[in-house]
Structures are given as C-alpha cells and as structure tokens.
Design a protein around this ligand. Structure first.
Ligand code: MCN
Ligand code: MOS
Length: 744
C-alpha cells in the first residue's frame, strides 16, 4: 500500500503525514514480506562458513589444541587457534577511550567463562564447519571459578566510587527515623534475545573490509574493526539497513566479528559467521544479576527523611560492566538525606552488556518496591505516598526539571485504571480462586546526547533524500525522519527517501540510550531547512525569477510547490525550479545539537498501573489488565511511540514473571541457554495494554520538543507487578522473576 493509500485508510490522522502524525512504518511492508534483507541473507559470492569452538570450562588455561582431525575433515579450509591467528590491536572503548597498547585476542588462551571462543573452523558449508568444530580437541587446565553473586568466593566486590552519591546525613537520619524499613531486592541475569540472532558476513577487497552485520551503531562498530585490523576508518564499510531487534546487543563489535573478519583476511574469501541462539547467551552479555539493599526512613505520615541504598552487580573477570543501580533511586523522590553506593563483583561470565534501560530498569525495581513497602508500613495508599514525596526538582543534581509530567501521568493512569476504588489492605479482592491485586510503579529514563550528523538533499526531480548511518531496529527511524524532512522542506512524505544503515553515510550516534529519535530529527530538521533555504535563495536571485520581487522569508514551500505568501503569485513545483536552476542536487549536512538555554535535568517519566490475578492454589501470576501513562515530551509519531512503549511493557512483564538466566553453580555455566528454557513473554502472557501520553513539548530536551521513548516503557513494570502481587496475596516477592515457587 502506498503512503497515500494508507493515509486514506486512516493510518494517518486527517491525511497528515507531518511530524506528529500517526503514519504507519514506511519499512513495514518490506519487513513483513521478507523483502527487508537481513545481514546474513546477503547473497555474497564465494562464501565460506565459520563456526567457533567454545570452552566447556569457566576458568583456566588452554594447554593444547589438536586440530588434525578437524583439518582433515571434508570441506575444511582453515582451523583458527590463538597460535595461527592474525595479530590484532586492541580497540578504543565504547566511550572512545584510547586502547591499551596490547594485542587483542578474540580466541582465548586464558579462559574466563564457559562458552568463550577458543578456536574456529572455516569450511565450505555451515554443516561441514559444524561437524569439523566437533573434532577440535582442546586440552585445558581448569581453575576454580566464581559462578555468580551468591558464590562464596565472590566476595564483597569492587566499589565504583564515581557512582557514590550522598547528601545530608543519611545514616544518622535513618537511625532516628520514626519508621524504618530495610529490604534486599535482586534481579537475575537477563538476556537479549532479539528475533534476528547476531552474526556477520565479512569480506576483504585488498585492505578494505566490508561487513554485513546487524548494528545499532555502525559508526562505533566500524571504528572498532578499523582499529583491530589497523586500517583507516574509511576502509571499513558496515552495512545494516534492516535489523531484527537488538535491545542493546548489537551496539558493539564482539569477538565473533573479529574471528570472521580475520578468517576472511587469511583465506582471501568472504566468511559468514552465524551466532546460534544458544551462543547468543555467551557471545555477548545480557543484563548482569543485581542485588540492592534499600533502607528507607520516614515520618509516621510516610514522608521520607532518608534513603540508604547499596547496589551490586556482576561483571566479568577481566572487564567492567556497571549497572547503575542508584540512577532512579537518587531522583525519583524528595528526601533530605541520601546515600547510594555501588560495587561490582567479578564472576566467570561473559562481560555483561546493555539490555533495554540498563541501570534504570533494575534501579526502579528496588526503589519502586521499597516505597510501596513503606506505604503499607504506614498504611498509606501507594499513589498517595508517591505524591507526598514528589520531587519538585532533581534532588540529586539540584536543578529544575525541564519538564516532569509525572503527576499528570499518575492522575491519567489512575483515572483510566480506576485506581481510586482500590482497597488498601492486601488480599481484599478475589475472583473465584484467584486473588486480585492492584499495583503501581513509576519509571524514568534520562535524555541522552551524543554527537552526529545527517544529510538532506533536494534532487533535480523535486524528491528529497535523507542520509545517515543511523539505524532502525524496528523503532521507526525511517518513518520519523521522512516525516521530519517532508515537514521542513515542504514536500509530501512519499517524495522523501531515507537511507540508513551504511557506515559510509554521515555518522550517526548509537541507537541506544533512547536518544536516536531526538538527535536525528534535529539534524534532519536543520539540514532540510538549510537545503530548502539555499534553494529559495537561488530561486529568488536567479535573473528573471518569477519570485524576484518576493521577500525570501515569506515564500511558502508546501506539497512540493513554492508559492508567494498569499497565493496570488505563481506556484511552481520544486522539480521545475531545480530544472530552471540547472541543479541536480542541493544538499546540506547538519549536526544534532539543540541550542540550550539554562541548566535543566532532562528525563522522560512514566507510571504503570497493573492488575494481577494469582491462583491461590498454584501460585501462578497472570497480568490481567494494565494502564500506563507516559511523559516522553512531544511525540514525533504517536502510533510508533505507543508501539515502543508497549514493546517495553511486554518485555517488563517477561522480566517480572519469566526471564531468568539460571547458573549451574558447579560449572559456572548457564543451564538454560535456549528459548525453550529461558522464557520470554508470548502473546498469551499479555493482556490488553492501554497507553496514554501526557507529555508536553520539552524545548530543553530538543528544539523539536521530544524526549526518549524506546527504553522508558520497561522501566517500572516489574515493580508495579511485584506491588500488585503483594496486594493480591500479602506476599512480598523481592527476587525476580516472580515464579509460583516463591508464592506457595
Ligand atoms: N519516538 C517518538 N517521539 C519521540 C521519541 C521517539 O515518536 N519523542 C518514536 C520513534 O518512532 C522512534 C522510537 O520512538 O523511532 C524510538 O526512539 P528513541 O526513544 O529515541 O530510541 P532509539 O531510536 O535510540 O532506539 C533505541 C531504543 C533502545 S535503546 C532499545 S534497547 C530498544 C528500543 O529503542 N530496542 C528495540 N526499541 C526497540 N524496538 C524494537 N522494535 N527493537 C529493539 O531492539
Ligand atoms: Mo538500548 S539497551 O540502550 O540499546
């Protein structure tokens, strides 16, 4: 269906396709018809296939690798081990910190986790490589391992001083507070399992490397490959126009990428390496397990006087992953005394990575459960205690909020849910043998900003092109950028072509931290206005111009035509003007910066209201109803923003009730590295979800008024469900997921 037809079918309100309209995804048809080619589907001539050999021990040394049998197996082209591997250089960190001056070894000699790549086999077919990989004999000397946070060898951990936050005297205020609670909350390892598994095709042409690899950050990943192989950045081209989700797992280049690119270089042939679903649990890390202790001190009326917070998360033995557990704790509620400290505990796992709302998500689980426990302690309604302790400014940064429509979110959510009917005491509602409970929790996510550019080009035929190395994970980037350019230039949205997902295009920041929409719309808006203004300037100044007598800034560009302000002059199509100018293109490249005035604390906010039904006999929990209200500022496309919020909520329901990486303490190995045993939410787990926008344009977050959307939805869902389960059953489950064994 063309955009025009979709508009007629009511996908876009009032035929509007401008920024803010409910335009359906422009890439939607290609995605559902299978026409959106995934990285690994690219038909590349002469492809060889790589399969890695993984360690079966969690810690120790590789003593010897016997490759003879594998080398003799049918179709085998190369068996890679640390001994014949190419020498690679270390790459800069995620934040661009220069690399240490030592080689990077994607095949490990020293094993630090079970599943680590220690060798790789490249063969003519995937089946031959898989069969030969099973013939590689690895001899190891095992060392004692630390399985997880509960391992007696784990120790107290390493403090992360830069995350310490304190004001007032939290310990003293806690000690004298009339009401005190102190509780521990834990979240297990959780994994990124997007529908499209990771993997890549790597091909060298001389010293130029082309990679077809799903990517949330083409620029950053291309830089990593360039540094590993010691070639200029321009020599690396990463191509990723469509990706089947990532949730944080596709922002960086991993060891398997280095292995595939190395094999391709050594063989002089393109190499494909597909990460299997099982390998998706060890080829990159998910959210680390976390433990938080929250002590709240309050008056008898429920007003906070102190919060003492301690958080710890797992990291890997030789890498640092920090899940910022105090991030929501420090800003959600007003308290005169506060202290938060964080530490990490190295365990034998792959380096944990980002998973939808890293930091904020588990942080909210702690504080949003704890405030609920305090509410019950002082017999106050959970919404009332949140309003009583509402933070009128950022309590940590001591700055005004740019916008904080959290009160509005509470009100709108409560009204739509019917919260006001809620009986205070737990176990007061039931339907047959099912106990009914209502819970709520708030969430937040910061507005982040990193640099980048976008290019907008008006073509000779009046069409408009947008180009950037940014990505669309299913979020809607293609669509909102077409809307932005159409608006700013003044053409119908179907005259705009958006090119994304190619590192050769102007550099974009990571599609992570819920920042891409705000940053890219600003850059495209600026570039589109610049290109349009240049066109108008040229038109007005052309000898014999029909608009020669008109003031440039009064000309109207709309629907692909330029006309005089009151419609009393000529009305000429962009294509015709370009022809008269003899121009094939007019283009502008602009950055993503929004001018800022004043110093504000920038965040998006939400409130989730949940009804659960808990089977009294079996302890099974079902979410039966949910209403969530969001402040993401101005929405660039409400249809897509709502879909993003719902996606986050669905993941949050899975997190609350199902998702749990189970570590076998004997082998420090994940026991459920597959989608049959690592459960994510399916349609049957999800009730009707009502989402409400209460945002107002935030001029400080972006000149276009938007705040983050993609990660916000998940934050606060798990505590809202835990709080509802308490209300249903009177049982407080502080360890996710809330499974039936914890309730019976
Ligand atoms: N949007 C809007 N109005 C705004 C802001 C955003 O309408 N003011 C809409 C747009 O359609 C935009 C989308 O929301 O494309 C997401 O925008 P934003 O919040 O800026 O997030 P990013 O574009 O940076 O996307 C990344 C974010 C993150 S960090 C994770 S994790 C995540 C998420 O988006 N992973 C996803 N959503 C996902 N959605 C899908 N389908 N798959 C993933 O892997
Ligand atoms: Mo999102 S976890 O920041 O990619």
């Amino acid at each position: 269906m063309s955009v025009q037809e979709r508009v007629k079918h009511g996908d876009a309100a009032d035929g509007a396709s401008a920024l803010g309209a409910r335009l359906a995804r422009l890439d939607g048809a290609a995605k559902v018809r299978g026409a959106a080619t995934s990285a690994l589907e690219h038909p590349i001539e002469g492809l060889a296939h790589a399969v890695t050999v993984q360690s079966t021990i969690p810690a120790g040394r590789v003593l010897a690798i016997d490759t003879a049998a594998a080398e003799a197996a049918p179709g085998v082209l190369l068996v890679l081990t640390p001994d014949n591997a190419l020498r690679l250089a270390s790459a800069s960190s995620w934040l661009g910190t220069p690399p240490p001056d030592r080689p990077y070894e994607p095949l490990a000699r020293t094993v630090t986790f079970s599943g680590q790549h220690v060798a790789a086999v490249v063969a003519e077919t995937f089946e031959q490589a898989t069969a030969a990989a099973a013939l590689v004999r690895v001899t190891c000397e095992a060392a004692p391992a630390i399985a997880d946070l509960d391992d007696p060898r784990a120790g107290e951990g390493l403090p992360i001083e830069r995350l310490s936050m304190a004001w007032g005297d939290a310990e003293a205020a806690l000690a004298t507070a009339p009401v005190r609670i102190e509780r521990d909350y834990t979240t297990p390892r959780e994994y990124n399992v997007p529908i499209e598994p990771n993997g890549l095709i790597a091909r060298w042409d001389g010293d130029a490397l082309t990679l077809w690899e799903p990517s949330q950050w083409l620029d950053g990943m291309a830089r990593t490959y360039a540094e590993w192989f010691g070639v200029p950045f321009e020599n690396v081209r990463l191509i990723s126009p469509y990706i089947g989700g990532g949730f944080g797992s596709k922002a960086l280049a991993y060891a398997h990428g280095a292995i595939a690119a190395m094999a391709a270089k050594m063989l002089g042939r393109p190499v494909k390496l597909a990460i299997t679903r099982a390998q998706g649990f060890t080829a990159y890390g998910g959210r680390p397990a976390t433990r938080q202790t929250l002590a709240l001190g309050a008056t008898r009326e429920g007003k906070l006087v102190s919060i003492v917070h301690r958080g710890v998360n797992e990291t890997s033995i030789d890498g640092l992953a920090v899940e910022t557990l105090g991030s929501v704790t420090a800003i959600m509620y007003a308290t005169p005394n506060f202290s938060s400290r964080q530490s990490v505990v190295p365990v034998n796992t792959v380096l944990p990575g980002p998973l939808r709302a890293p930091g904020e998500n588990p942080s909210a689980f702690g504080i949003e459960c704890a405030i609920d426990e305090l509410a019950w302690e002082v017999r106050l309604d959970p919404l009332a205690i949140r309003l009583l302790n509402y933070a009128e400014e950022d309590p940590h940064a001591r700055k005004p909020w740019s916008t904080r429509q959290l009160r509005e979110a509470f009100a709108a959510g409560a009204d739509a849910f019917g919260w006001w009917e809620r009986p205070l005491a737990p176990r007061s509602m039931r339907r047959g043998n099912r106990l009914i409970g209502w819970g709520l929790a708030a969430g937040t996510y910061p507005v982040r900003r990193t640099p980048g550019e976008a290019l907008v080009r008006i073509l000779g035929d009046g069409r408009v092109e947008v180009a950037s190395s940014g990505t669309d994970m299913g979020t809607g980037t293609y669509t909102i950028l077409a809307q932005t350019a159409a608006d700013a230039v003044g053409v119908p949205v179907e005259h705009v072509t958006v090119s994304l997902g190619d590192s050769a295009l102007p550099r974009a920041p990571v599609s992570g931290g819920s920042q891409l929409a705000n940053l890219m719309t600003v850059a495209v808006h600026k570039a589109a206005l610049a290109a349009r203004d240049e066109l108008i300037g040229l038109v007005i100044n052309q000898p014999g111009s029909p608009f020669g007598a008109v003031q440039a800034n009064t000309l109207v560009v709309a629907d692909g035509f330029v006309s005089a302000p009151r419609g009393d002059g000529p009305r000429i199509a962009l294509a015709e003007l370009m022809r008269r100018l003899g121009r094939e293109r007019i283009e502008a490249l602009r950055d993503m910066l929004s001018p800022t005035d004043g110093d504000y604390s920038l965040h998006s906010w939400c409130a989730h209201f949940v009804e659960v039904a808990v089977d009294e006999d079996f302890g099974t929990v079902r979410v039966t109803r949910m209403v969530s209200a969001f402040d993401s500022g101005r929405l660039y496309n409400p249809k897509l923003a709502e879909s993003q919020w719902k996606g986050g909520i669905i993941m949050g329901i899975g997190q609350a009730l199902l998702e749990e990486g189970i570590v076998d303490p004997r082998h420090a190995r994940l026991a459920n590295a597959n989608l049959a045993d690592y459960l994510v939410a399916t349609n049957a787990d999800i009730p009707g979800l009502e989402v409400i926008s209460v945002g107002v344009p935030d001029p400080h977050a972006s000149v276009l008024g938007g705040k983050g959307v993609g990660e916000l939805g998940i934050v606060g869902v798990a505590p809202a469900i835990a709080n509802a389960v308490f209300h249903a059953t009177g049982r407080r489950v502080r360890d996710l997921p809330i499974t039936l064994d914890k309730l019976i």
